[in-house]
Design a binder for this molecule. Structure first.
Ligand SMILES: *Cc1c(COP(=O)(O)O)cnc(C)c1O
Length: 325
């Protein structure tokens, strides 16, 4: 992959490696298109702005009570199951993990995590993230999922994976069936652009759903890729029409190597206003910004107040008083 790059991009790839899949590459139509931009390096990854940002921009390391676990919110935690991915997203907020040698969470680490979770029964929801947990072979993957599933205080297990996007054939019938047998599992996938909704990808999601697993989607708002209200409204409608639930629309994180995808939150709020007029609520994700220093995700909404008590700005721009508000 790297050898075929122009020399200036090879320098970028030395800092942030390049990796994609045959499936994803087949979706590229021309250099610079929305698929290309998500998986091919750019000079901007090394721009001076990036130097002003940390590798651990969300402050995950200080919130790790034991290796491979992040505990930020009272009731949920994140397991970093591996640092391997099918493809490397240029806007990744965990680019820091690219530098570590490949790992899969070990039995010893799981032992400690298991004890921590049992010691903290207020944690009811665990996200199996990474890296992409579906890069882990089935035997090992299910031993992790099934070990967590027997912890009584855990009632939600979220599998966070871009396999449907990058490697849809990974979601076999046998995989979906076994994952569905564990009644705590949810599947959190990550489509960013309508051109990623291929028949193979949709079939992967259909298999998961057919086995009773809720399939939710998180999209990152990316400058030059999908920062267009008309495109996103059609995209989220299409996801909902396939019964893939648009869950989150994320602003880019303040992480070194990803800053050039930032749109600013104003852009996101304009898009959310457009949705209110043009997109069903069942297809509308929550727009969120993840704060540095472990501050967590804040949900952002357009402001419909009109400066005075009980007076609101309507969708068509009038000022209307709600007598009971
Ligand atoms: C995003 C995240 C979660 C899950 O948050 P939700 O808003 O419930 O999706 C949990 N822990 C950490 C550290 C996270 O970054």
């Amino acid at each position: 992959m790297t050898e075929s790059l122009p020399e200036d991009l090879r320098a970028v790839a030395e800092v942030y490696p390049v990796k994609t899949t045959a499936h994803y590459r087949s979706l590229i139509r021309e250099p610079g298109d929305p698929i290309w931009r998500q998986c091919m390096p750019s000079q901007e990854e090394l721009a001076p702005l990036q130097e002003t940002l940390p590798d651990d921009g969300l402050g995950e390391i200080p919130q790790s009570p034991c290796p491979r676990l992040i505990h930020r919110y009272a009731d949920r935690a994140v397991l970093l199951s591996t640092n391997r991915c099918f493809a490397l997203c240029r806007f990744c907020f965990r680019k820091r993990l690219w530098k570590e040698p490949p790992f899969i969470v070990s039995d010893e680490e799981l032992e400690t995590i298991d004890a921590y979770l049992r010691d903290h029964p207020e944690i009811q929801d665990i996200l199996i993230s990474g890296g992409d947990p579906l890069t882990i072979p089935d035997g090992r993957f299910f031993s992790i999922v099934e070990r967590l599933a027997v912890i009584p205080s855990l009632s939600i297990i979220r599998i966070c994976s871009r396999a449907p996007v990058f490697e849809p054939a990974r979601i076999t019938d046998a995989f979906a069936e076994r994952l569905g047998k564990c009644e705590k599992t949810w599947f959190m996938t990550h489509f960013n652009h309508p051109r990623e909704l291929t028949p193979a990808s949709l079939e992967a999601c259909r298999k998961l759903r057919a086995n009773g697993i809720p399939v939710l989607n998180q999209t990152v708002l990316l400058k030059g890729v999908n920062d267009d209200p008309v495109l996103l409204a059609a995209f989220f409608h299409e996801l909902a029409a396939r019964r893939i639930i648009p869950h989150y629309l994320f602003h880019i994180d303040p992480v070194r190597g990803a800053a050039h995808f930032a749109t600013g939150m104003k852009k996101g709020l304009e898009i959310m206003e457009y949705f209110r007029k043009h997109l069903s609520s069942v297809a509308t994700p929550v727009f969120a910004l993840d704060l540095p220093e472990g501050g967590g995700k804040v949900h952002l909404f357009p402001d419909y107040s009109a400066g005075e008590p009980q007076i609101f700005r309507s969708l068509d721009g009038r000022k209307i008083r709600h007598p009971l508000a």
